[in-house]
Design a protein around this ligand. Structure first.
Ligand SMILES: Cc1cc2nc3c(=O)[nH]c(=O)nc-3n(C[C@H](O)[C@H](O)[C@H](O)COP(=O)(O)OP(=O)(O)OC[C@H]3O[C@@H](n4cnc5c(N)ncnc54)[C@H](O)[C@@H]3O)c2cc1C
Length: 514
């Protein structure tokens, strides 16, 4: 369904709560809606928006704001719903109906227009289940509005026969080809059907099997994180509570606590406005870097992302060495590995106890030591998620309570020589023993912008309704609730100027100015 509203008030659609409007607001709830839009008739430019949590609208927007509202429902008890899906022939019939509907769509718009296609989202009717069966559809064809899908790598794991039969009926294609697909997918692989497994581990499946989950772009990213942790699936737990939607996760390469979206993205499905067709984009071609990608630079405005496929794992992959996470877990009595990032395979499922039959406690694997059984709470994706949420709540403003777009500035990377000059300034200011926080980074040394902002005395500084956040000076907040874009930009410029003067570093905003 396509909905349109002229002179739309965007104040509830951007987390900064800027009171601005756009000439036209368009929302689509189905992939094929994008084929039906008469793009030339829309007020220009067209800007694709997710949850509006990395944006600063600097004034009323003269063009069209488009929101991809294709969502999965990860609401409570999704696991049970997933289980229900298996073996329900009625629902598979609905899938086939949907496929017939698809053919109609393709008939209307012509197959010739549908280039690439690729491992499209699952063929699941909107009303079938909140969390549908799925995975990628055949290459060369457009899929209908995606629901979530999952499947396992079949190279080392044969799924249960029941799952196989569902897969054959619902024509779900080989998921590993999703990861291998290129910007324009190879239609020759069309029809490579595969095995779709239910999300539960089958007895003959080793714990190291990957799980690919295709999530529609408009899904709240943290709903996906919550679901993954509750299913005992590893990958996105460190990214918990980052505001925004799954589509934007692939644009922004969101990151937190040592994990970036690029680490878990296997495939991106998008509408290509240049060709008027759907493509599957290999993440290796996306130019991912620190909070950036080709979607933000050379591809800007070209692709409208409709679904993202994430590669999750049943194998524990804890990343604990950033932002004090390890310490928080230790303080909570959680069994954290003493070194490295690996953990025994039995630690992956939810909050359950150490199963003795799987190796038990005190076992050393790959050089990693674990506490004795019974002495500590076993580590799980859910426990890491819970800790991350607590840490973030203490440091960052809750979007429901105070307007912001998260970290306002990127952390600069400078040369070693430049860093030595910063160290000299800091020792002059704070004494000879003072240590400047810093991290090794590709191309030099990363110095936290928050540290520089604080050193320049900006913590809590106000400009009209805008304020440098007291608990985390990297964040500028709409403190009054009525801050104007000018208030925010005025404060931004003050910060940039002060840091340039003191340290010779020009900060660049992470927040996108529209
Ligand atoms: C309190 C707070 C904390 C935050 N913490 C973090 C953090 O820890 N790490 C981090 O990385 N970020 C963080 N952010 C920033 C923000 O959450 C992320 O950048 C997020 O990915 C933005 O998602 P969104 O859906 O709101 O996208 P938007 O802000 O609406 O858009 C972001 C960009 O993505 C594009 N886009 C969105 N959807 C689509 C689509 N379907 N197709 C094509 N392009 C699209 C937009 O055009 C825009 O360029 C934080 C923000 C807040 C408010």
């Amino acid at each position: 369904m396509i909905t349109k509203q002229a002179q739309f008030d965007l104040s509830t659609r951007n987390t900064f709560r800027m009171k601005v409007s756009c000439a036209l607001y368009v929302e689509v709830t189905e992939e094929e809606d994008l084929l039906a839009i008469d793009w030339a008739s829309l007020p220009q430019p067209v800007f694709v928006m997710g949850g509006g949590s990395n944006l600063l609208f600097t004034g009323d927007f003269p063009g069209t704001v488009l929101h991809v509202a294709i969502c999965a429902d990860f609401s409570t008890n999704s696991s049970a719903k997933l289980d229900q899906v298996q073996g329900q022939a009625a629902k598979l019939d609905q899938v086939q109906d949907q496929a017939a509907k698809l053919d109609q769509v393709q008939g209307v718009f012509g197959r010739g227009q549908i280039l690439g296609g690729g491992p499209g989202p699952a063929s699941v009717p909107q009303n079938a289940v909140e969390c549908g069966i799925g995975g990628p559809g055949p290459r060369g064809e457009i899929g209908p509005s995606p629901k979530i899908g999952w499947t396992r790598s079949t190279s080392s794991c044969e799924p249960p026969s029941a799952a196989q039969s569902s897969a054959q009926t619902s024509s779900v294609s080989e998921p590993s080809s999703a990861a291998q697909s290129s910007a324009v997918a190879d239609p020759s692989s069309a029809g490579q059907s595969s095995d779709v497994a239910d999300p539960n581990i089958s007895p003959d499946c080793p714990d190291n099997a990957d799980v690919l989950v295709t999530v529609p772009a408009g899904t709240v990213f943290d709903d996906f994180c919550a679901w993954a942790a509750s299913e005992g699936l590893w990958g996105p737990e460190n990214l918990s509570l980052i505001p925004g939607e799954c589509g934007a996760s692939a644009v922004q390469n969101i990151g937190a606590y040592g994990v970036e979206a690029k680490d878990i993205i296997a495939d991106i499905r998008a509408y290509d406005r240049e060709t008027g067709s759907f493509v599957n984009i290999d993440p290796a071609t996306c130019g991912y870097g620190y909070r950036t990608s080709n979607f933000k630079t050379i591809w800007k405005g070209r692709y409208i992302i409709t679904a993202v496929t994430y590669r999750l794992s049943r194998t524990p992959q804890p990343k604990l060495d950033y932002g004090g996470l390890r310490k928080v877990l230790e303080d909570r009595g959680v069994a954290v590995p003493s070194s490295g990032t690996c953990a025994p395979p039995h630690m992956g499922r939810g909050r359950g106890p150490f199963p003795k039959e799987m190796g038990g406690a005190g076992v050393e694997r790959s050089g990693t030591e674990f506490p004795e059984e019974g002495t500590a709470t076993p580590l799980s994706a859910q426990i890491i998620r819970d800790a991350i949420i607590d840490i973030r709540r203490k440091k960052l403003p809750a979007v429901e309570e105070i307007g912001s777009a998260g970290s306002f500035f990127c952390n600069p990377v400078i040369s070693h020589e430049h860093f030595e000059r910063i160290v000299a300034i800091a020792k002059e200011d704070n004494g000879p023993e003072y240590a400047v926080p810093h991290y090794d980074a590709p191309g030099g040394i990363k110095v936290p912008a928050a540290w520089m902002i604080e050193q320049c005395g900006f913590k809590g500084r106000r400009n009209g309704g805008a304020q440098v956040y007291q608990n985390q000076p990297l964040v500028i907040v709409n403190a009054s609730g009525t801050a104007t874009p000018e208030d925010i930009i005025g404060l931004e410029q003050e910060v940039i100027k002060a840091i340039q003067t003191k340290y010779g570093i020009t900060l660049h905003p992470e927040v996108e100015h529209i």
